[in-house]
Design a protein around this ligand. Structure first.
Ligand code: SF4
Length: 342
């Protein structure tokens, strides 16, 4: 649809695709995953970018690919090592699914190019399948992420609730209508880049926006009020305590159950419920941690415990220099930093 126009800009000069691509080609952020055409590397970046900002992803992406430069190397890796490299990035099911999908693909010896086949891999939803299919294989599938939703809501001046699936489907059709089928990957990246750097959530930079001329929200002066998102989860506050039990250069860790809803298999600091016989000592302070609408405040205390009172194989003593080799939970990392151990 090169040169074709979206509903909000009909009859007003070059189409959205042309203006966006011209703007993107003039300059954009230099992100490492934009320097490759390797589907494996694009896939890893897209999985890491789910729920995580680009700048935060960069060091993880580089470390991960230095250790797993190919799909085969990831497929052959132990889950614990993959999780250790993901540690701190959050949403760990992403890492598990990535490894599982790598094993499937390595066994099949081929990376699928078709949207449906990519979408069928573990951990890949509509957005990621469209991103990989368009960026790595130039397939004409529009992506719809938070940035794209915001740009569409504003250009169209559409106050519909973007949390509603009906709105998302309608916006997906708009994105697909805007898409330049000759340059789908570039177009998708340009639209997301516009949302990330120009059409900002609070103060959109309309003066430098390539879509300003046809943007209805800008014309009506309502850009900052869009998009509308109605359903908001009620925040839940949770308190707890983490214990730092030391023996020489080692700290006692406890592995989370394989069935745990959050960070299954990761190593955490024990709680007083895990070690009922522990005697607490120094109070290091508190750490805060939020996952979606759950907000944790965790008190971090030193504790000592008799070796015979450490129950079960889920516990292990871990030396300070080995922390990088085990998948440590984010809360354990924060607590160990607070205590000056990490
Ligand atoms: S003109 Fe302003 S509100 Fe409209 S798309 Fe551009 S930055 Fe966003």
């Amino acid at each position: 649809m090169k040169g074709e126009e979206g509903p909000g800009v009909r009859g007003r000069g070059p189409g959205i695709g042309d203006r966006l691509l011209a703007w993107y080609r003039q300059g954009h952020r230099d992100l490492p995953w934009r320097r490759t055409a390797d589907p494996y590397r694009i896939w890893v970046s897209e999985i890491m970018l789910q729920q995580t900002r680009a700048q935060a992803v960069i060091p993880y992406y580089q470390r991960f690919l230095a250790r797993f430069p190919t799909l085969e190397s990831l497929a052959a890796a132990a889950e614990e090592e993959v999780l250790a490299l993901w540690s701190g990035l959050g949403y760990y099911s992403r890492a598990r699914n990535l490894r599982r999908a790598a094993q499937q693909l390595a066994a099949a010896s081929v990376f699928p190019q078709d949207y449906g086949a990519i979408r069928a891999l573990p951990g890949i939803g509509d957005y990621t399948a469209a991103a990989i299919a368009s960026i790595a294989f130039h397939r004409p599938h529009a992506v719809l992420d938070g940035n794209v939703l915001r740009v569409i809501a504003r250009v169209e001046n559409d106050p519909s609730d973007v949390a509603a699936s009906s709105t998302r489907e309608r916006f997906r059709a708009v994105a697909q209508q805007w898409l330049d089928p000759e340059n789908p990957g570039l177009f998708n990246q340009a639209l997301m880049e516009l949302g990330a750097t120009v059409c900002l959530p609070r103060n959109p930079l309309c003066l430098v926006c390539p879509l300003a001329e046809g943007c209805r929200a800008r014309q009506e002066g309502v850009a900052s009020q869009l998009p509308v998102k109605l359903r908001k989860a009620v925040p839940v506050k949770l308190d707890g305590t983490l214990l730092i039990v030391r023996r020489g250069r080692s700290v006692l860790l406890r592995q989370r159950e394989a069935t745990a809803r959050r960070m299954a298999g990761f190593w955490d600091l024990p709680s007083p419920q895990d070690l009922p016989a522990a005697r607490t000592g120094e109070h290091f302070g508190e750490i805060r941690h939020s996952i979606t609408h759950h907000h944790y405040t965790l008190t971090v205390m030193a504790a000592c415990v008799a070796a015979r009172s450490v129950p079960g194989p889920e516990f292990r003593w871990c030396r300070k220099e080995d922390f990088a080799k085990v998948p440590l939970s984010t809360t354990a990392r924060k607590a160990l930093k607070l205590a000056g151990i990490l």
